[in-house]
Write a protein that binds this ligand. Structure first.
Ligand code: ADP
Ligand code: TZP
Ligand code: MG
Length: 279
């Protein structure tokens, strides 16, 4: 399977061979992933990007982001600890990424919690061509306008059906929506993928959503089909979480094991254990 898959993927139940091929393509291509992100999880995101097989760069000065993103395979915009200057940089980098056909992954951390976050997420979605919108259920529910809440950066849940919420958000925003949770929902409105990999310990650690965005960016950097790549990325991360939970004694040993298990994940293991269902 070439690194850049065509959009012809239509397996009813995506077998593990597709995520495995994408993981191998990340490992061989080592794409540069440019992040403009938050100060809480920035180091986790840099290192989880390396564990995935890609190369991170965190650069947010408005004076340099257009140059930096031009060398990247994907751009991650994460509004976790946003500032007016950072928002300006996001828009400069995003416009340049759009000009160059470089995919943009937006993580609308805490959208709905404050007016600034909500307006910024909406402004980015209105201004840029965002390839993948990756968020927890509450964040996606807020952006879908179908009812969702957040408490700080944590999901407060959604009002309706998860699949319909994610599809409505994809329809409204024109992006692939990757809605994380116990079962992740990835959709481009026409196709729906459910990713059942993962472990509840991933919900008890700050940064796993941000890290999911970094891994998603690494996968979309080597693929044409961003919905398939996003589902594959979450399957890989979830598989690492499953293996980490077997050896961890608590949240911080789980965190260490999560990085180690993602770095050690082989395409063959992912091929045998990815649990992605196309609806
Ligand atoms: N209960 C759970 N069971 C399995 N995996 C989970 C669970 N909760 C979260 N995850 C995984 O943890 C990662 C972060 O998801 P989530 O906690 O929804 O994001 P955030 O940290 O932004 O709120 C995702 O890869 C998701 O699949
Ligand atoms: C706690 C916190 N506050 C601002 S950003 C951040 C980290 C959020 O990480 P995640 O979205 O992965 O839970
Ligand atoms: Mg998050």
């Amino acid at each position: 399977m070439p690194g850049n898959m065509n959009k012809g993927i239509s397996a009813r139940f995506m077998n593990g061979a597709i995520p495995a091929a994408l993981l191998a393509a990340v490992r061989s291509g080592r794409p540069l992933i440019h992040h403009i992100t938050n100060s809480v999880t920035i180091n986790d995101c840099a290192n989880i990007t390396i564990c995935t097989g890609a190369a991170p760069v965190m650069a947010e000065a408005p004076e340099e982001v257009a140059e930096m993103v031009a060398a990247a395979g994907a751009l991650v915009l994460n509004i976790g600890t946003l500032s007016a200057t950072q928002v300006d940089a996001m828009l400069i980098a995003g416009r340049r990424a759009n000009e160059l056909g470089i995919p943009v992954v937006l993580d609308p951390v805490g959208v709905g919690a404050t007016r600034f976050r909500t307006e910024t997420a909406q402004r980015i979605l209105d201004t840029l061509d965002v390839a993948v919108l990756k968020g927890n259920a509450g964040e996606i529910g807020v952006l879908a306008g179908t009812g969702g809440s957040v408490r700080g950066v944590d999901s407060g849940g959604i009002a309706g059906d998860p699949i319909e919420t994610a599809r409505e958000c994809a329809h409204l925003t024109g992006t692939v929506v990757s809605m994380t949770g116990a079962v992740d929902v990835v959709t481009d409105d026409s196709r729906v993928f459910l990713v059942r990999n993962g472990n509840p310990a991933m919900d008890r650690l700050s940064g796993t959503g941000c890290m999911a965005s970094s891994i998603t960016a690494a996968f979309v950097a080597v693929a044409d089909d961003y919905a398939v790549a996003s589902a594959a990325a979450l399957a890989a991360f979830g598989r690492a979480g499953e293996r980490a939970a077997l050896e961890a004694r608590g949240p911080y040993s789980f965190r260490t094991a999560l990085f180690d298990e993602l770095a050690a994940l082989t395409p063959d293991d992912l091929a045998g254990h990815a649990r992605i269902e196309e609806r």
